[in-house]
Write a protein that binds this ligand. Structure first.
Ligand code: HEC
Ligand code: HEC
Length: 427
């Protein structure tokens, strides 16, 4: 791995890169040798090889039952590793005709997602450590797995995604892959005689790839250049940022953090909190044809360990907004298809609910139509929410446009962050 790493990206790469190889590096003190008699340099080399292998697997459609679906079919690099199209859910399974249940999230900037916890205490200086921030962290919309390796098992085996019958089924496909010899070089000549271990190793290689900062968290957006003093925001972008941060206007930054952390890590544009926004039901998701079906996020049905927590129903993970302008469907159910609609929804959910929710037979607006009434108390009502119907919305139409313009500054590829400052010329 080249060591021209941005300072801030180094720590997670070291820790997670080694953890991927099974060294428990997260508990390792700086300077300590990884276990297993391997030097740090050797561990880095292996992490790099695992990432290169994971990259091949990520784009390999032969690892699916259909033979036509890879991770990249849903997580397209051109779209911030989110969906390549505007569908709310993708079609998978053996014949690519089985619809999924949720919108495809981005895979960029998930490297710092903390492990899921039901009780989060902020230890940043400005945070009050005694305040319980509630359910926080994890991966997927309901935070049900903590590691990329555990996550990768879901699509490989899900009947509506890559639909392999078993771990052994995946191992059999790996043994026939073009990179089988590299796999055996890294994980042992007899690895394919141990299908369960081969499957585990494959998921660790996928995780190693997802931890490659050059691809997944380059911090190369215009906003990053702006934070480093290398670019100026246009008046509309700057106004959008001010509205995004203003607690009395967008108040977006209260959940989608926009300032660097105390240790200097650039902002991730999420606080990793699980929150209920009351996003309207999406009739375009086939599962929603059944009126009794509700995707309740943290309390199920995809996640099962917290199903007895009614106070968790309707909560979904706040996603990073980095690269969000490359996406074509928004929120866990892909209900919205433009950022203008998303920001307008925030601004007018409570002042003009009839704009977003359907009317019932009695003509009354069915607000929060995707969440049974018993759980409405879970829905967030902090600004920009909380107005009464007919009140002035939190943001005007022009202000909404500026917030959307600002979100466009979060797309990577604006500048080269590893170039020496003097030559890092923004386009
Ligand atoms: C058929 C589409 C599809 C395929 C194929 C697919 N994914 Fe996903 N991926 C999704 C969806 C949908 C979610 C959200 C799932 C949820 O919340 O339950 C997701 C979530 C994730 C997440 C969590 C991201 C986050 O922000 O929390 C990771 C990591 C991930 N996928 C990696 C992979 C890998 C690795 C592969 C290949 C082995 C893969 N995916 C294949 C659709 C897909
Ligand atoms: C109280 C916390 C909170 C606040 C305040 C908030 N968000 Fe969010 N945001 C979330 C959560 C949670 C989700 C995911 C909700 C879901 O899918 O059900 C989300 C999703 C989004 C998405 C969709 C991203 C994607 O990948 O699908 C966008 C865009 C977004 N927020 C922008 C904003 C903007 C702009 C503001 C300010 C006007 C804002 N948010 C204020 C918590 C918040």
């Amino acid at each position: 791995m080249p060591f021209a790493l941005p300072r801030l990206a180094l720590a997670p790469v070291v820790l997670i890169g080694l953890a991927v190889l099974g060294f428990g590096a997260t508990t390792m003190a700086p300077g300590e040798q990884p276990a297993g008699g391997m030097s740090r340099a050797e561990a880095f080399r292996r992490a790099d090889e695992a990432a290169a292998l994971g990259q091949k697997m990520f784009f390999d459609a032969s690892l699916s039952a259909s033979g036509a679906m890879s991770c990249a079919s849903c997580h397209d690099p051109k779209h911030g590793f989110a969906a390549p199209n505007a569908l709310p859910v993708q079609m998978g399974g053996p014949t690519l005709t089985t619809p999924g249940l949720r919108n495809v999230p981005t895979l960029t900037y998930i490297q710092v997602n903390p492990q899921f916890t039901e009780h989060f205490f902020d230890n940043e200086d400005e945070g009050d450590e005694s305040v319980d921030g509630g359910p926080t962290g994890g991966l997927t919309w309901d935070g049900r797995v903590d590691r990329g390796s555990a996550q990768a098992k879901i699509p490989l085996l899900s009947p509506f995604e890559m639909a392999n019958a078993s771990a052994a089924d995946v191992a059999g496909k790996l043994a026939k892959a073009s990179y089988a010899s590299e796999f055996a070089n890294l994980y042992g000549a007899d690895i394919f005689q141990h299908p369960a271990q081969a499957f585990e190793a494959a998921t660790r290689a996928l995780e190693a790839y997802e931890q490659d900062f050059r691809t997944f968290y380059p911090y190369s957006s215009k906003y990053d250049a702006y934070l480093k003093g290398l670019a100026q925001l246009t008046p509309a972008e700057a106004h959008g940022l001010a509205l995004f941060n203003d607690p009395a206007k967008g108040n977006c930054a209260s959940c989608h953090l926009s300032t660097p952390a105390n240790d200097g890590t650039p902002p991730q544009f999420t606080d990793f909190g699980l929150i209920a926004l009351g996003v309207p039901r999406n009739p375009a998701i086939p599962a929603n044809a059944d009126p009794a079906y509700h995707d309740l996020g943290l309390c199920g049905p995809e996640r099962t360990d917290l199903k007895d927590h009614p106070d968790y129903c309707g909560l979904f993970l706040s996603p990073s907004l980095r690269n969000v302008a490359l996406r074509q469907s928004f929120f866990h159910n892909g209900r919205f298809h433009s950022l203008k609609d998303v920001v307008s929804f925030y601004a007018t959910r409570d002042s003009d609910p009839g704009r977003w929710y359907p009317k019932g037979p009695d003509g009354a607006v069915q607000k929060f139509d995707d969440l049974p009434k018993a759980y409405w108390g879970n829905i967030n009502t902090d600004p920009p929410f909380g107005e009464k119907p007919g009140d002035k919305p939190a943001l005007t139409d022009n202000e909404i446009d500026d917030v959307v313009t600002f979100l466009g500054t979060l797309t990577d590829g604006y500048f080269n962050p590893s170039a020496p400052i003097a030559t890092a010329t923004p386009r």
